[in-house]
Design a protein around this ligand. Structure first.
Ligand SMILES: Cc1cc2nc3c(=O)[nH]c(=O)nc-3n(C[C@H](O)[C@H](O)[C@H](O)COP(=O)(O)O)c2cc1C
Length: 221
């Protein structure tokens, strides 16, 4: 099996999306899958890069989209790539497509914030004739910045969810339901995440010499 793990964060290798995606890559490799990593933002910068990435999508048996939630949806270059892949597929449709799985995380505390983006990917799979394998979705993505080791409990739930998913996908299965549940479990109590989140914003405001209050909403009535 050939898997393509496509990171959709502009932060590339420094992103939480890549941290999660590369861990899934490791799990897949452990089960004999050949894994290739690509970055949507990088590839789309040139025509050659775009063509190579679309070829890689076509050649994969398993496509994994690893991305951050951006305004309830996918980062724009990843959306663009899906559009291009869909155009190409209708032009030269080969029957039976790869399996599509998603790894998505967001800054808000709740995993369900990712539902719309997951729905978009599921519809994309359907229109492309791909088999939808499911999604691992989590909130509190801001916590992943320091790597798994710095997470409470060493990120045990996340690692276990990814490992179980890798095992299942490697044999053509779906993302297991228990893995989805484990992955979406809050890493810390919601109040604690919000407290540190707000603190982080205040530090950034001070650094950038922003004078308006944090709750300033000039366009709200
Ligand atoms: C432009 C932009 C839009 C975002 N939109 C959302 C959003 O709608 N909901 C949310 O919960 N987080 C949102 N976030 C937060 C990111 O999903 C979050 O910071 C994520 O952990 C970044 O992951 P990465 O390191 O893989 O880029 C947004 C971030 C940016 C930069």
């Amino acid at each position: 099996m050939n898997a393509l793990i496509l990171t959709g964060s502009p932060k590339g290798r420094d992103s939480s999306s890549f941290l999660l995606g590369s861990r899934l890559g490791e799990a897949l490799r452990n089960h004999g899958v050949t894994v290739r990593d690509e970055f949507a933002h990088q590839a789309l910068r040139t025509e050659e890069g775009t063509r190579r990435l679309l070829d890689a999508v076509d050649a994969s048996d398993l496509l994994v989209l690893a991305f951050p939630l951006y305004v309830d949806s996918l980062p724009a270059p990843l959306t663009r790539l899906l559009e291009l892949a869909a155009e190409r597929r209708t032009a030269s449709a080969s029957p039976g497509g790869p399996l599509l799985a998603v790894l998505v995380q967001c800054g808000f505390p709740e995993a369900h914030q990712c539902d719309t983006a997951v729905g978009i990917c599921r519809l994309f799979a359907g229109r492309m004739g791909m088999r939808w394998a499911g999604a691992l979705a989590m909130g509190m993505g801001g916590q992943l910045g320091g790597g798994f080791r710095k997470l409470p409990g060493g990120g045990r739930n996340i690692l276990e969810a990814i490992d179980r998913t890798g095992e299942s996908l490697a044999t053509g299965g779906d993302v297991p339901g228990e893995a989805m549940a484990l992955f979406s479990r809050p890493l810390v109590p919601r109040w604690l995440y919000t407290l540190f989140g707000n603190l982080g914003w205040r530090v950034q405001m001070r650094k950038n010499k922003a004078r308006r209050p944090l709750a300033y909403r000039p366009y709200a009535k």
